[in-house]
Design a binder for this molecule. Structure first.
Ligand code: GLN
Length: 303
């Protein structure tokens, strides 16, 4: 069997659509590009080429794998985030576009001391030390190190396998001044002579409620690390710990920034607001208009 690229990809797309893959048309093209080591522009130029039998077979094998709901990124081994290519595996959460919004907000804080054009009520700093807590692939921390200017980043995660992936990404993306520390939340930063303190703590912690996990898409539920998703019975376990402990690891007027689930904004704002050590507690939306980020400054509320 030999087939023109156009037809081959159409067959792939239909197979993926039958398997209820969300972005069937995109993924069918991406799998072809991955197989041929070409980009999407090159694909457009190859549209009329004819593929031989063995290449068709190879393509269909990739399509079948994706049809079994293995995430595209686990097949290609990578995901783009903030214009950088991160390597991924089933040991780390695949970086999401939603999270780019938080990185952009963090860059605004770092560069302009502003959040969405509002002056942040904290002192301006010329250099920043940032902790990316629960770093997974390192997407957040490494992006900040690459794009933030004078930023020293520490990426930490409880999973040794995730941390190894983050380190690999740090190296392959040439992110200097990034440290990788294995830690159960803040544990490794506690010291007998004083804790390690940062200007910013940023985190995309596990936040899915236990009872929601079963309802997730198979790509997420069956292939992404549960450890990176499960936020406990009400999904808020990690936020409680962050709100409670972050002040011990922040410099004066340090900034906390967390990604949140779309239905968790009021709960998380309440957690920060109920704690007098924080001020400037702000909720922000992602590009799709869903609640996505909460930020707060370590500075006692004026009474
Ligand atoms: N946003 C992720 C999802 O949609 C969850 C990330 C997390 O729990 N931190 O699956």
């Amino acid at each position: 069997m030999s087939l023109p690229v156009k037809e081959l990809i159409k067959i792939g797309e239909n197979r993926l659509r039958d398997a209820c893959v969300a972005d069937a048309a995109i993924d069918a093209k991406e799998l072809f590009c991955y197989m041929m080591h070409i980009d999407r522009t090159r694909l457009m130029l190859s549209w009329q080429d004819v593929m031989q039998d063995n290449q068709c077979e190879e393509y269909f094998a990739l399509v079948e794998k994706r049809a079994s709901r293995v995430p595209l990124q686990h097949i290609t081994g990578e995901q783009e985030f903030m214009g950088l290519t991160f390597q991924v595996s089933d040991k780390v959460l695949i970086p999401r576009q939603d999270t780019e919004t938080m990185v952009e907000d963090a860059l605004d804080v770092i560069h302009k001391n502003k959040v969405r054009n509002e002056e942040l009520n904290c002192k301006a700093r010329s250099s920043w030390s940032v902790l990316d807590l629960c770093c997974g692939s390192g997407a957040i921390g490494i992006s900040l190190a690459k794009l933030g200017g004078d930023v020293k980043v520490t990426c930490s995660d409880l999973s040794a396998e995730a941390l190894a992936m983050a380190e690999l990404n740090g190296r392959s993306l040439g992110a200097k001044s990034v440290k990788f520390v294995r830690s159960d939340m803040f544990e490794a930063f506690r010291g007998k002579l004083g804790n390690k303190k940062f200007d910013m703590i940023i985190s995309n912690p596990p936040y899915i409620r236990h009872d929601v996990i079963e309802t997730l898409e198979p790509e997420v539920r069956d292939h992404e690390p549960m450890m990176a998703l499960d936020g406990g019975e009400d999904g808020l376990d990690f936020y409680r710990q962050i709100v409670d402990e972050a002040p011990d690891f922040l410099k004066k007027e340090g900034v906390v920034m967390v990604e949140i689930g779309h239905d968790q904004m009021s709960d998380i704002i309440k957690l920060f607001s109920a704690d007098d050590r924080y001020s400037f507690v702000t909720g922000l939306k992602d590009l799709a208009g869903r609640d996505r980020i909460v930020t707060a400054v370590l500075s006692p509320k004026k009474k």
